[in-house]
Design a protein around this ligand. Structure first.
Ligand code: SF4
Ligand SMILES: [Zn+2]
Length: 330
């Protein structure tokens, strides 16, 4: 039987559109298998299913083979994104020699992006990075209480701010991820939190990517969701966040929701989901808020949903209780 979890195989690789210097270009996305995020042994974040994607014994040799596979598929795309289900700057995931090889291999592309927790972003680690690097920072929320109790992130918003400013001082790019609707929040709270967090992140970001919470398997959030105590955000909420922010921040606003339109991901009534997700994709590229002018009758249901949440003072999944539609679009 083929070993699907071989440490010398990439987890995934695909091509998609993204932006470099204000231009839409092709990007190669590489998901590497590594020893996994250092934070997982402290329980990990409440919504993160990455522990499923990481292994325990990935050697330098294995990582070298994964790099060769990526290079065999590389067709001179100007943008390369390398995800490790953790931190690219963590030596335990990507040893320095391998990191150097990867950065060298893609030194000719205009932009290379990877993610890192802020504790690995130091004066020393940043000094050696080539200038085509953008670091993606998972801020999630600028509210320290939300980060601590709702996301269990293990760092503070100020840790991210320090890392972001250090990257900017060194001439590197910053893409900041925000989480729309961490657990225990109503839709209205989630919208406010995302808007405030984006204003906080704008100081040190080139791009702000809003990630609506997608319920991943074997996570704390999945347990809440199965009990009807969590509903993934409405697409209207994401649209509202963009409308409030549009024209008021310098960073490019973007979102490419995973699981969009499914019960586990950001969703509306089912009829308008695709149109709205397409509109959000167009907005992410051109920043034109008129793209978001899509209409559907379910917007009144979204308003009613938020009013009910406020009256009940609860973020429980009211949709599910009233309509029991869990199995329809999972
Ligand atoms: S969200 Fe990021 S920091 Fe949190 S456990 Fe997952 S990989 Fe680690
Ligand atoms: Zn609708």
């Amino acid at each position: 039987m083929k070993d699907k979890r071989s440490p010398s195989q990439l987890e995934a690789l695909w091509k998609e559109d993204d932006m470099v210097d204000g231009e839409k270009v092709r990007a190669m996305v590489v998901i590497m298998r590594t020893n996994g995020c250092c934070w997982v042994k402290h329980g990990g974040c409440t919504m993160c299913g990455y522990r499923e994607a990481s292994l325990r014994e990935v050697s330098e040799d294995d990582l070298g083979k994964q790099l060769e596979q990526a290079l065999s598929k590389y067709k001179d795309e100007p943008f390369v994104k390398i995800y490790t289900s953790g931190s690219f700057l963590d030596d335990n995931e990507i040893p320095p020699a391998v990191r150097e090889r990867i950065l060298d291999a893609f030194s000719g592309c205009k932009r290379i992006l990877f993610e890192s927790r802020p504790e690995f972003i130091t004066t020393e680690s940043v000094a050696g990075l080539p200038k085509n690097v953008t670091v993606a920072l998972g801020l999630e929320s600028s509210n320290p209480d939300v980060l601590e109790t709702s996301v269990h992130k293990g760092f503070t918003p100020d840790d991210i701010r320090r890392a972001g400013l250090l990257l900017k001082e060194n001439g590197l790019g910053v893409r900041t991820y925000l989480l729309l609707k961490p657990p225990f929040m109503t839709e209205a709270m989630a919208i406010r939190d995302a808007v405030q967090s984006a204003r906080f992140a704008d100081e040190f970001s080139d791009e702000i990517s809003i990630n609506p919470l997608n319920v991943q398997r074997a996570t704390y959030v999945e347990r809440l969701w199965k009990r009807g105590e969590f509903r993934s955000p409405w697409i209207w909420s994401l649209v509202d966040v963009f409308r409030q922010l549009s024209g008021t921040v310098d960073s490019r606003l973007m979102s490419s929701p995973s699981g969009g339109g499914a019960m586990r991901g950001v969703h509306n009534c089912g009829k308008c989901d695709r149109d709205l997700l397409d509109a959000i994709e167009r907005f992410s590229f051109n920043q034109d808020p008129r793209e978001l002018d899509v209409s559907c009758g379910c917007i009144s249901k979204w308003h009613a949903y938020m009013e009910s949440e406020n009256l009940l003072g609860s973020p429980a999944d009211l949709d599910r209780d009233f309509e029991n539609e869990l199995t329809l679009r999972e």
